[in-house]
Design a binder for this molecule. Structure first.
Ligand code: AP5
Length: 218
């Protein structure tokens, strides 16, 4: 199954993508994670992307498109994929269609996670991420068993620099300007399915699995 997850910052895309990836055994491809890794390693891509990410702006299309193209060309996507945080502009959406067509694929379903800015600010302010394995926690909603320590690999938990209230608000403006048109793009193609990002993680997961079954994707 080829899935695309769209939605504003903090709608729960990454959290749900990780659960689905394990359950369905298909890779989770998150452009935000890939870019943060590049920044952490100080690669040439990371050096170019860092400033945009800190300000909550989008990294230029050509940089992101290059890493997604490279990933989609790998055999790992043969059984399907979950794209999280890509496409985020119309240009990226068109590139994705073209790259998938070249390998005989198309997005089966595009999930649009809807939420409010208030919920997003509260979620992202409390988000903690594991430096080692990338697992996501929330100080109140999904707390780790031990403060600042990852439940899964005992790695250190940290707060993302772009999760402060002002940057989250900037990310929402960028989302409204650049990414909202992508929602209409998939709506017109008939592949868009809107879900509530406000639901509890387990409850939303059940709804998604039922949706995939109804559409005979699993
Ligand atoms: P990226 O990392 O993709 O950030 P984002 O899309 O803004 O999404 P988030 O990771 O903030 O939110 P999410 O919806 O995944 O929520 P999560 O599940 O973590 O991008 C970061 C930056 O990279 C961008 O600003 C841009 O600069 C650059 N970039 C990335 N892709 C790009 C592209 N294609 N083009 C150009 N630039 C790009 O959940 C959030 C919190 O809530 C967590 O603490 C979690 O534990 C909690 N939570 C999740 N679900 C629930 C729930 N159901 N109930 C209660 N709590 C929940």
């Amino acid at each position: 199954m080829n899935l695309v997850l769209l939605g504003p910052p903090g709608a729960g895309k990454g959290t749900q993508a990780k659960v689905l990836s394990q359950k369905l055994n298909i890779p989770h491809i998150a452009t935000g994670d890939m870019l943060r890794q590049a920044v952490g390693k100080g690669t040439s891509l990371g050096k170019k992307a860092k400033g945009y990410m800190l300000k909550g702006e989008l990294v230029p299309d050509e940089l992101v498109i290059a890493i997604v193209r490279e990933t989609l060309a790998k055999a790992v996507v043969e059984k399907g994929f979950i794209l999280d945080g890509f496409p985020r502009t119309l240009k990226q959406a068109e590139m994705l269609d073209e790259a998938l067509e070249n390998i005989g694929k198309k997005p089966d379903v595009v999930l649009y996670f809807k939420t409010s800015i208030e919920k997003s600010v509260a979620r992202l302010g409390g988000r903690r991420v594991c430096r080692k394995c990338g697992a996501n926690f929330h100080v109140k909603n999904i707390p780790p068993k031990k403060d600042s320590i990852c439940d899964y690999c005992k790695g250190e938990l940290y707060q993302r620099k772009d999760d402060g209230e002002e940057t989250v608000k900037r990310r929402w403006s960028v989302y409204a300007e650049e990414t909202a048109p992508v929602i209409s793009y998939y709506e017109k193609k008939g592949t868009l399915r809107e879900v509530s990002g406000d639901l509890d993680v387990g409850e939303l997961n059940k709804i998604l699995i039922a949706l995939f079954q109804r559409e005979k994707l699993i």
